[in-house]
Design a protein around this ligand. Structure first.
Ligand code: PMP
Length: 351
């Protein structure tokens, strides 16, 4: 190693799912198969490009206001960022500065470990139980903060709010972050608990239920105090995180509640139907409450199946990591995309 390399920050980066260029059936990164709300298209078509000369509003006020209206909270309780990855990364930097380890499950969004390493935050990973459920008692021990997704990824399991509340209530001296990237497909949001717990922060995204992964918008909702600390960190990092286009389109997406709900309904219906089809083929899977299904097959090796599907132009996600080496994560696509996948699987399994 060269002398100068000793002082270089070395990180093992998060590996995102592939974004293949050619036409494939893409069920590997939990994107929404439907377009964003029509208002987003209109906003883009009628956008005043002259405005791009100028820096965007650093406080992202229009988007913050629209989100605060949607969630019936004060604008001082909303923080926005470039996808929830940006928001979560800022949260790690801002809230997890204890010498004690932060806690997140052993099987969860693999970016948490990457941020902990990047920022040199000690961490421990309590094991999910044999059914991939969170063991709430594991989060009663002393710690420097808690974070988990609900529903969890890649298990797709949703924990009832009573479980979430129990964990928050046992951790009043640290910040508890609930990553709700998939909550709209699942059940009640922990936002319901915000009035009771000033140590709670709820993080959500436009990437899944709002069909805008390409736009990169995420947000956190919490007490004005926590949001102020987040903004202080953001303004010490990059004032203009949200670009002008995202600000305009984000507002349009939030305004159209009817489209949002219809979009959710379609995905939930396809998910329920797809579970039945997977079952007919002999797959086993968790009770998915997200826009993806976490499945395993007793007779087929997950890696081989993943490779065969990829060869056929059907991309799903496979990690091969401990405890989940026999699992595939299949994003819920359109009914047609799923039909194509099932046709392939039937042929492959000669069923
Ligand atoms: N949290 C979880 C649990 C996720 O699965 C994802 C998607 N990879 C994210 C956060 C980040 O999503 P985005 O940055 O697109 O908002």
């Amino acid at each position: 190693m060269r002398e100068f390399e000793k002082n270089i920050r070395k990180v093992e980066p998060y590996v995102p799912g592939e974004q293949p260029g050619e036409k494939v059936i893409k069920l590997n990164t939990n994107e929404n198969p439907y377009p964003p709300a029509p208002g987003v298209r209109t906003a883009l078509e009628t956008m005043d490009t002259e405005r791009l000369r100028l820096y965007p509003d650093p406080s992202a006020e229009a988007l913050v206001r629209e989100l605060s209206r949607f969630y019936k909270v004060d604008p001082s309780q909303v923080f926005v960022g470039v996808g929830s990855d940006d928001v979560l990364s800022m949260c790690f930097l801002t809230f997890f500065n204890s010498e004690k380890p932060i806690l997140f499950p052993d099987i969860t969004y693999s970016f948490y470990k990457v941020w902990a390493e990047l920022y040199r935050i000690p961490y421990e990973c309590p094991k999910l139980d044999e059914n991939f459920r969170l063991v709430k008692e594991d989060y009663y021990r002393e710690n420097g903060g808690v974070i988990f997704p609900n529903p969890n990824a890649p298990t797709a399991l949703y924990e009832e709010l009573s479980t979430v509340e129990d964990i928050i209530a046992h951790n009043r001296d640290v910040i508890v972050i609930i990553d709700e990237a998939y909550v709209d497909f699942a059940g009640p949001s922990a936002m319901e608990l915000l009035d009771k717990y000033d140590n709670l922060l709820v993080v959500q995204t436009f990437s899944k239920a709002r069909s805008m992964a390409g736009m990169r918008i995420g947000y956190a909702v919490g007490s004005p105090t926590l949001i102020k600390y987040l903004n202080d960190a953001k303004f010490s990092f990059n004032s203009y995180t949200m670009n002008q286009t995202s600000l305009i389109c984000g507002v349009e997406a939030v305004k159209d509640q009817a489209y949002f709900e219809a979009n959710l309904r379609k995905i939930i219906d396809t998910r329920q139907w797809a579970k039945g089809e997977l079952q007919k083929l002999g797959f086993q899977f968790t009770d998915s409450k997200a826009n993806f299904i976490f499945a395993t097959h007793p007779d087929y090796d997950a890696r081989e199946l993943f490779e065969a599907m990829k060869e056929a132009g059907i991309y799903v996600r496979f990690w091969g990591s401990r405890r989940i080496e026999q699992y595939l994560r299949i994003t819920v696509g359109t009914r047609e995309e799923m039909e194509t996948m099932f046709a392939f699987l039937r042929k492959y399994m000669k069923k």
